[in-house]
Design a protein around this ligand. Structure first.
Ligand code: HEC
Length: 161
């Protein structure tokens, strides 16, 4: 072996050791916050990876006053969809969000908890059991129309209780 080759081997060996060392570091920084994974899977294609929205069609979630709605209202939007003219953070949207009843109770509760913590600045309170009850209670409801539609559905829920 030439000296040059020995040096190369040593460098390669050091590199391997360094990588192996890195492997043992805690994986903390890449770990996803609970709810982020289903958020990215089901919502981010329209609302953006960081909830920034996609102008002009898709409104933001970060900075949206809709996150002040009770968490049940947010769950109803996802379960029933939303259409009609709406205002979000000072802009008008006339889009259509399809109902997404295929999302499991656990995933939907986790998504709403994620939104509450990241953009709603409040403690999450809606669990998977509550989402399941909501799903059954208003199973036949048609898509919500505007913010009034969400408020109406919430009133309907209260009457059922
Ligand atoms: C196919 C695109 C699409 C997907 C996927 C989608 N949305 Fe929407 N969303 C929209 C559109 C469009 C509107 C506005 C509807 C309107 O103009 O009436 C909206 C409105 C909203 C609103 C109310 C307005 C606002 O920006 O605060 C909330 C809350 C919301 N979506 C949450 C979600 C959540 C949570 C998910 C994932 C479970 C999701 N959306 C997935 C398209 C989408």
């Amino acid at each position: 072996m030439t000296t040059h080759c020995k040096q190369t081997c040593l460098l390669v060996l050091l590199g391997v050791l360094a990588l192996a060392g890195c492997d043992r570091q805690p994986a903390e920084p890449v770990e996803m916050a609970q709810g982020q994974e289903p958020y990215l899977r089901y919502c981010a294609s329209c609302h953006g990876n960081a909830g920034e929205g996609r102008l002009p069609a898709f409104p933001p979630l970060d900075g949206s006053e809709w996150l002040e709605l009770p968490p049940e209202g947010l769950a109803l939007i996802v379960l029933h969809g939303l259409r009609g003219e709406i205002e979000v953070a000072g802009r008008t949207y006339r889009g259509f969000m399809p109902p997404m009843r295929n999302i499991s109770d656990e995933d939907l509760a986790a998504i709403i908890a994620y939104m509450d913590e990241h953009w709603g600045d409040r403690e999450p309170t809606l669990g998977a059991a509550e989402v399941a009850a909501l799903r059954d209670a208003l199973a036949d409801r048609s898509p919500l129309v505007g913010r009034e539609g969400v408020v109406e559905a919430l009133d309907q829920l209260e009457e059922l209780e």
